[in-house]
Design a protein around this ligand. Sequence first.
Ligand SMILES: *[C@@H]1O[C@H](CO)[C@@H](O)[C@H](O)[C@H]1NC(C)=O
Ligand SMILES: *[C@@H]1O[C@H](CO)[C@@H](O)[C@H](O)[C@H]1NC(C)=O
Ligand SMILES: *[C@@H]1O[C@H](CO)[C@@H](O)[C@H](O)[C@H]1NC(C)=O
Ligand SMILES: *[C@@H]1O[C@H](CO)[C@@H](O)[C@H](O)[C@H]1NC(C)=O
Ligand SMILES: *[C@@H]1O[C@H](CO)[C@@H](O)[C@H](O)[C@H]1NC(C)=O
Ligand SMILES: *[C@@H]1O[C@H](CO)[C@@H](O)[C@H](O)[C@H]1NC(C)=O
Ligand SMILES: *[C@@H]1O[C@H](CO)[C@@H](O)[C@H](O)[C@H]1NC(C)=O
Length: 713
Amino acid sequence: MDQVKRTLILLVPLVFFQTWLHCVALNPTRPCPSKQCKCLPDSKLVNCTGRAMTYIPVLPSYTRVAVFTKTTFPNITAEFLSNLTSLNIRYLSFVDTLTEMLDSNAFVNLTNMTALEISRNYKLSPAMISPMLLLTPRLQSVRLTSNNWQIIPEDMFKGSHSSSIHTVSLSNNAIESINGTYFSSMLNLQTLYLPNNKLSNLNLSGMESTSISYINLNNNNFRRIPSFCGPDGHPTGKYKTLYLQQNDLRDLKASSFQCLQFLRNLYLDRTFIEVLRRNTFVNLVKLQKLSLTHIGNHLSRVEGFAFNSTSLKYLYFLNNGYKFERFPWYYGTMFSSLPNLMLLDLTGNVLPSETDSLRKLFTSLNKLQKLVLQNTALKALPPNVFQHLPNLRSLILIGNYINGWNDDPEVFGNVTSLRSLYLDGNNIKLVNKTSFAEKFLNSLDKFCITNNPFSCTCDLKWFVDWIKSAKNTTIVNYPRRYICRFPPEMNNVLLMDYNPTTEMCLNVNYPLIRNICIAVFVPSTFILIAISVIYKFRFWLNYWLHILGIKRLGYTRTRDDAVYEYDAFVIYSNDNRDFIFGDMVPELEEKGGCRLCIHERDFEVGQYIMDNITRKFEHSKNIILVLSCGFLTSEWCKFELTLTLSKTSQEGPGVLTVILLEELDTARLPSSVRAILDTVSYTKWSVDKVGQNKVWAKVLTALNVHVNHEIDN
Ligand SMILES: *[C@@H]1O[C@H](CO)[C@@H](O)[C@H](O)[C@H]1NC(C)=O
Ligand SMILES: *[C@@H]1O[C@H](CO)[C@@H](O)[C@H](O)[C@H]1NC(C)=O
Ligand SMILES: *[C@@H]1O[C@H](CO)[C@@H](O)[C@H](O)[C@H]1NC(C)=O
Ligand SMILES: *[C@@H]1O[C@H](CO)[C@@H](O)[C@H](O)[C@H]1NC(C)=O
Ligand SMILES: *[C@@H]1O[C@H](CO)[C@@H](O)[C@H](O)[C@H]1NC(C)=O
Ligand SMILES: *[C@@H]1O[C@H](CO)[C@@H](O)[C@H](O)[C@H]1NC(C)=O
Ligand SMILES: *[C@@H]1O[C@H](CO)[C@@H](O)[C@H](O)[C@H]1NC(C)=O
């Protein structure tokens, strides 16, 4: 057998090649009239177009299908078609050929023609069709569309040869009325296209004698389902497929569907149905496919058991924007009476968000094989739903807001029938082994999870590895549409190019450990850095903190209200301790009766020096600043100096008394000291006793003046 096949495989092209040689080489007189026509030898089709074309040229001998569009063929006669008679024409089409006259004999010589189209010929009277059909043998399919006919002659299809016709299309005319008797002599008529006309009623009596099974009444003016019963109440035909899309149907009742007991496919899309009542379709005992799409603008309610049907296999209820949540009491009965349903497509509706409701909606569909929940606003995968659909093979969850799920056993656990799973265009960042059991994923034939914002971190390693090892599962559109979105540096990287190794992910494979690491290491690093910074700049930090603190505590209270612990706070460098304890304390405290605050003596042990300084500053009425070369190099003194500046700026320069112990190199003075010496009159220390006494007198006066002044007030 194989050898025969192989020989055939070799022979068939050879034969074709020879035929082609025969046609092209031996028939050079019959080339494609390429000026006006396009010839497709493979499909044996010639398509000619152009208003300048006024006759039918000689066409290649392979021509089976000849199409003439926008030509000028006013009178079509047998003589006019004489260049076609030597061809084995099967299909002939005249579209917008400006035809006015169609001779009854026109096609008598085209004995093998089975299909004829005459479209967009607005000047052609439908009355010319009937005599033509009568004399045209073997015709099976007639397309008479877009001719702008309003009335169809009763006898249009009456004639002996009409009996071979099985398909008639009268679409895109302006037909207002049609009767079953028009077709009664067409014993083989199976398919009748009447869409895009102006039909509002239909009497199909007379169709009984035909073999009608398909009738398309889309986009007409029907306000209710037309009657398919004859006068005796019997069906006018064994209709199997009925299209009634885009009609003004508002009210559907079970009684609307009488005499359609053979109907298998019903299309009611884009109609104006307002309510789908319980048991609407029960009279359609053989109904297998029901399409109710794009009816959302008018649809306000779908009752429980609306789709009650023991025969229904395919239900398309899509793009209706229907919010099931509006009638929660119908959840349990919405799809419960569909024991044979194999496909349910609810694309473009709004499903309830609670998993309980979803479970109620779907659980009784025992034969369901394909469930399409595309764009249904699902936020999560419902647990305990899919495992109650024992025959589910295909689950489409494209375009929802699903971002992940944790309890795999509840979602896909025990789901063994599924073969295709589509999760494109959701919000899934992470797929890991708790999302899917590996066994479950391997049992799929097709898995599609494109257009999700993958987070390409080690958490995704399991999935990346699974993709690479998947043998029996086709990963749809991989690698093209699998793109990392996170972390930012991985944005737009193909998932295929993300290859985390075990070593890379060793310590961070488990989010917990990683999180702990992050939680511990990151802050501790920061703390370490902060500590070193604080340590390095401890002085200045404290310094500024205190400046801020002093500002906040404020020296805004007036001196008069204050009760001071000390008459003066003494700022000095440790180099000058001898001066402080040898000269100043005896003179001012013992003789002068002042109370001085001297940090070495008066600071509270254990308190932080900064706090001590500021506290004592607060409780001292005046400041005595002892300036020397050593002072300028002491950091604490600089700090105290800043406090001094702050105090003087708030309470006036009078609070400050400066004793200059030695001459200072003014060029090297810090600006703060220079500022003080510029604004405050200072007293120079003297080596002789007389000078020293003058100094102490001056200082005492300065302190006393303020004290007295305060007492005076
Ligand atoms: C047949 O075709 C030839 C050449 O293409 C043309 O000259 C002739 O007029 C055609 N005959 C008719 C009846 O159109
Ligand atoms: C077409 O046929 C009509 C008669 O039906 C005739 O008067 C007219 O001259 C014909 N036109 C051509 C171009 O043959
Ligand atoms: C019509 O078809 C038959 C066989 O299908 C063929 O023998 C005959 O030649 C064809 N007629 C024409 C005019 O080609
Ligand atoms: C569903 O339809 C059947 C007839 O097909 C009918 O016997 C049954 O009562 C209907 N169920 C409900 C709940 O109306
Ligand atoms: C798996 O992914 C989900 C999110 O999809 C996450 O909540 C869960 O913690 C992950 N489990 C593991 C073990 O990484
Ligand atoms: C899976 O099925 C087994 C037996 O059929 C049952 O015991 C188990 O609870 C089911 N698991 C889930 C998650 O439904
Ligand atoms: C793929 O299918 C073959 C045969 O059907 C099976 O033996 C094999 O275990 C499958 N591989 C995986 C990874 O499931």
